[in-house]
Design a protein around this ligand. Structure first.
Ligand code: FPP
Length: 243
């Protein structure tokens, strides 16, 4: 059976999984519907991914919800995505709290509509103190924006060139304090990382799933985790077998 939980090595669960949720538009088009219909159904997959992460013990889950490039989409679609974010936050916050999920964001939130910022701030303020999962939504995020912002902040801090270490750069990224993802999943059969966590994914395993995001469920997540567990991670060294 595809992605059976029993095949999962519970001692080798990645600490951080990052997901590029892709294929909402195509999923809707396949049904003769508006792209927004795909995004609305994508929320069910977000819920399933969060539940699965909590169930298997993934501690950090980052979802690419809106990129800095997504603003060029038709205004109606952008508005619908923003509204969907707000309604999802309102409808799901209690459930998230019950599941022990802490919400955080990466990205330039200042460009989001005021009502989105208010909902996000409200959700973040009601975060549990103890949590099982740190759920990060990447909103108006891109890796090149993030790295550029980090460079600006480092220069503004007056740091000496000799102090600009990899650690110093990591500490100035939006993800500072969160471990790098060990696994990146992208749905919909596209094999790109599209300006997503370029620095943080340096040693991550990539799992490209042909499933369109609104169809992504627990079994697909488990399948990606099993795929990850079957990889041999070398970090630039040699394999355990020495070949
Ligand atoms: C990519 O599919 C998806 C997005 C740009 C938006 C992701 C948003 C959601 C899953 C719903 C809301 C999320 C939250 C966290 C409330 P696409 O539109 O690029 O699909 P296509 O490649 O088939 O056109």
């Amino acid at each position: 059976m595809l992605g059976a939980m029993s095949e999962l090595d519970t001692n080798n669960i990645p600490n951080h999984v990052a997901i590029i949720m892709d294929g909402n538009g195509r999923w809707a088009n396949n049904r003769g519907k508006d792209r927004v219909f795909g995004h609305m159904n994508g929320v069910d997959s977000v819920r399933a991914a969060v539940k699965t992460a909590v169930k298997v013990g993934v501690k950090n889950l980052t979802l690419y919800a809106f990129s800095t490039e997504n603003w060029i989409r038709p205004q109606e679609e952008v508005n619908a995505l923003m509204d969907l974010l707000i309604t999802t936050l309102v409808n799901e916050s209690e459930e998230l709290l019950e599941q022990g999920v802490k919400l955080s964001t990466i990205g330039d939130l200042s460009a989001l509509p005021e009502k989105c910022q208010t909902s996000l701030n409200k959700a973040v303020l009601s975060n549990p103190k103890e949590y099982k999962l740190n759920l990060t939504l990447a909103l108006n995020y891109s890796s090149k924006w993030e790295i550029t912002s980090a460079v600006k902040a480092i220069i503004a801090s007056g740091m000496k060139a000799s102090d600009v270490t990899e650690k110093a750069i990591s500490n100035h990224l939006a993800t500072a304090g969160t471990p790098d993802p060990e696994l990146m999943i992208r749905t919909s059969g596209e094999n790109r990382i599209s300006n997503f966590m370029l620095w943080q994914l340096a040693y991550a395993e990539f799992h490209f799933s042909s499933v369109l995001w609104p169809d992504f469920r627990e079994e697909h997540f488990i399948e990606a985790l099993i795929d990850y567990q079957n990889r041999e991670r070398r970090f630039g060294g040699v394999s355990q077998q020495g070949n």
